[in-house]
Design a protein around this ligand. Structure first.
Ligand SMILES: [Zn+2]
Length: 333
């Protein structure tokens, strides 16, 4: 009997869950180099990665990173469940890249093997970008037990790690919150192919990127897709770019806009736990000649959540508007 045949097969339900996780927006970009459409995963770390980065991961040995192909390999239920527990690339990176030095550039899809290997080794093997008190290089358990859970249980894990390693619990959370950005729709977007365009939206916050799916031949696309980004303490503007997907050449840009997150986050922080508040207006980002707003955008408490709807006029392009809804979830409550 071959080694492969001995492995326990996953249930069809779990296979489906793994596919669904892969198709979540933050997992459509390699966790390490941001290349599009990663088809590989590190089952114990809980990240989806591209072919090139998977080669580096494999070189570490399976005690650090257990590389599997999403499509070709046989996964066990346990491996799938541990991927689901981590919750995808954004959550994993909010831990493993929590302390990327300012101005640090992550590898890109074009980076050489050496550049890639240097970064990936620093990120997972030496855990250089973790919060200092979480660096537990001497202990293998952080990987083998799949310690990084989704954000809700992460704080518990922090405290248990802090106990284990007798470090201070003061100022534990370096990411202050999570943004859920619902990219609703676009209007009157620019033509980049013969008659139409195949648009998709990319959001960038610091080192993090998330993107929507591509909508074929549509200048008024409806995405209704939710993208998640972690917000560090010193956040800058959220950058939105629209691209035309092109099979044959590089994707063309179809405009961009910058979103000032300050009105949302400062008012949310000032008002505290939204669960305890009735629906109300708590802040506003005002339209001005030097921002992309089409009209003033209100920050509201709606059903215990902090929400901000906005319509943006795309900049550096002949036409195009995008509607978004942003939700803020504080990690520090
Ligand atoms: Zn990659």
């Amino acid at each position: 009997m071959s080694h492969k045949a001995e492995r326990e097969k996953s249930s069809p339900g779990n296979r489906k869950k793994l596919k669904e996780l892969l198709h979540k927006s933050d997992n459509r970009i390699c966790a390490d180099c941001s290349a599009a459409d990663p088809k590989w995963a590190s089952a114990n770390i809980g990240v989806f990665i591209c072919l090139k980065c998977s080669g580096v991961h494999r070189s570490f040995g399976t005690h650090i990173s257990k590389v599997l192909s999403v499509a070709l390999d046989e996964w066990s239920d346990e491996e799938i469940e541990s991927m689901i527990e981590v919750g995808g690339n954004s959550y994993a990176n909010s831990i493993y890249e929590a302390f990327l030095p300012q101005g640090f550039s992550k590898p890109t899809s074009d980076s050489s093997y050496e550049e890639r290997a240097k970064f990936i080794r620093a990120k997972y093997e030496f855990q250089e970008f973790l919060k200092p008190s979480l660096r537990i290089v001497s202990s293998k358990s952080s990987f083998s037990e799949g310690s990084f859970r989704s954000c809700d249980s992460r704080k518990d894990k922090y405290s248990s790690l802090d106990t284990d390693f007798s470090t201070s619990t003061a100022g534990m959370v370096e990411f202050t919150g999570i943004l859920k950005v619902k990219v609703i729709k676009g209007r009157n977007l620019a033509v980049r192919d013969m008659l139409s365009s195949d648009p998709y939206v990319v959001l960038t916050l610091g080192q993090q990127k998330a993107q929507t799916s591509v909508i074929k031949s549509n200048l008024n696309p409806v995405w209704n897709e939710e993208l998640k980004l972690s917000v560090p303490e010193n956040y800058g503007p959220l950058k939105l770019q629209v691209f035309d997907h092109d099979m044959l050449s590089a994707d063309d840009i179809m405009g961009e806009a910058e979103i000032d997150l300050q009105p949302l986050i400062t008012s949310a922080v000032a008002f505290g736990d939204p669960d305890s508040l009735a629906d109300m207006l708590i802040g506003k980002w005002l339209k001005s000649h030097d921002n992309a707003l089409l009209h003033d955008s209100s920050v509201r408490i709606v059903d215990g959540k902090v929400k901000q709807e906005m319509s943006l006029k795309l900049q550096k392009v002949e036409s195009g508007e995008i509607d978004l809804e942003i939700m803020w979830f504080s990690l520090s409550v």
